[in-house]
Design a protein around this ligand. Sequence first.
Ligand code: XBP
Length: 270
Amino acid sequence: MTTLQALIFDVDGTLAETERDGHRVAFNQAFAAAGLPWYWSEGIYGVLLQVAGGKERIHFFIDKYAPPLPSDRDLDDLIAELHHAKTGYYTALLQAGQISLRPGIKRLINEARQQNVRLAIATTSRLENALALLETALAPDAPSWFEVIAAGDIVPRKKPAADIYHYVLDKMALDAQNCLVIEDTEHGLTAAQGAGLTTVITVNEYTKRQNFAAAALVLNHLGKPDQPCESLWGHFLTQPYFDLSVARSLVSMTEPANASCVVKRLREGD
Ligand code: XBP
């Protein structure tokens, strides 16, 4: 029988709402510090999020919106410099305690640690960003709870390519069927599916209209006893939150013990 041996977490948007209030703000701080008249509004940032990776996102912005560019700068050097500065602003935002974890994340991670379910991270973001979030929002020693923290340029192709998930599985010497992924985007789902991984999605404002038909379960968040989650697609939870019992049911491909009938239900026009 297939058993759950590991949980693999995406970072941005999954562990915390880092995109709108973290990365976006830090990109804008880096642009202003460099004297560039660029500003990424919440709306524009939603468009830019279709490209994963900070450097790649700045490239995409320049290609799509043709903003004013300094004539005396090599483009790749400028982007590398902006991205380096942005990382500093982003980690400073985290150190200032500006960003907290999404509902249920800490509870699920603690439950996994108590039950010896192995933990890993698979993110497109830079390693120092992932470490800073874990340290500031979870616990100073939280990075050590994760057996593998796969981040940024460690693989040649970022999500939606499956590379980062293949990397994690190789490093942990695990079969995909024994792992469950928590993601928040269609790109993340595509990457995890590409590696054969069962995936649970917790949507956010930027991703709630994306196509998650291939997910095992789509929730508004993982939920906690005093803040119930809502099932948007897949198995309808009959308890107020997602926990390891549901995770085990999903990977064993049996009807979840704590979920009733399948509700293929997506929120439209919401
Ligand atoms: C999130 C991303 C990243 C961050 C910025 O990745 O797409 O590009 O927005 O990261 P994930 P960097 O959902 O896989 O965690 O600036 O550090 O590249």
